[in-house]
Design a binder for this molecule. Structure first.
Ligand code: FES
Length: 232
């Protein structure tokens, strides 16, 4: 099986370049994931750099662009990919080395939405209770693993990475705005009432197409926008 992997070492290369690799068919099993193939390639070329950890689609560390689509390599079956498999780092953020990108800006935007429950007391006498209906409001947003596949697939984020918060941060913002236990939903909406932070979303929906967890950040952003406008 053939692979074309983008390589870049900022200490020695002026720009990224493609490197071709071949894995013999004997090395490939029917249920093999792309991450397993990358690990085998790294045995051949120990200098190849990429992130991974859980290998189960949970930690979100191995986002990469595969045949033009952002994916998690650990849950991408090799059998689903056409060859040669073209692998690049997630687009739109600086490359540290090979397939490893600098996600500082991504996390900065996430931090900006205050991604934690703002409750009446830090040490309540009992749990913050919710009805099943209130709890169900969180479905479709709490499952985000912050892999960055959505935000780095979004043209609005590519063009304004320092100002537009991006789909992942806005999905998280929606998650806390709809949480019945949070006491600051109006303040959260006011802080998001900004033409660049939130309304730069043009509903392109690349984010929803890219999400490896099957979430719908685009719909969450539209819901957030509607809530912001209703409070103006
Ligand atoms: Fe953790 Fe893929 S290695 S999500």
């Amino acid at each position: 099986m053939e692979f074309i992997i983008s390589r870049y070492n900022p200490e020695t290369d002026s720009k990224p370049y493609d490197q071709h690799y071949h894995l013999p068919d004997a090395e490939i099993t029917p249920d093999m994931m792309l991450l397993n193939a990358l690990q085998k390639i790294r045995e051949l070329d120990p200098g190849l750099s990429f992130r991974s950890s859980c290998q189960e689609g949970v930690c979100g560390s191995d986002g990469m662009n595969v045949n033009g689509q952002n994916r998690l390599s650990c849950i991408t079956p090799l059998s689903s990919l056409s060859t040669p498999v073209k692998i690049k780092p997630l687009p739109g953020l600086p490359i540290i080395k090979d397939l490893i990108i600098d996600m500082s800006l991504f996390y900065q935007h996430y931090k900006e939405i205050d991604p934690f429950l703002q409750a009446t007391s830090l040490n309540p006498d009992r749990e913050h209770l919710q009805t099943p209906q209130q709890r169900s409001e969180l479905d479709g947003s709490y499952e985000c693993i912050l892999c960055g596949c959505c935000s780095t697939s979004c043209p609005s984020f590519w063009w304004n990475p320092d100002q537009f918060l991006g789909p992942a941060a806005l999905l998280a913002a929606q998650r806390f705005v709809v949480d019945s236990r949070d006491i600051m939903p109006i303040e959260r909406l006011k802080s998001l009432d900004d033409p660049m932070k939130t309304f730069r979303c043009r509903h392109i929906q690349n984010c929803t197409a890219a999400c490896p967890k099957g979430l719908n950040p685009s719909q969450a952003i539209q819901s957030l926008k509607a809530k912001i406008l209703s409070h103006d």
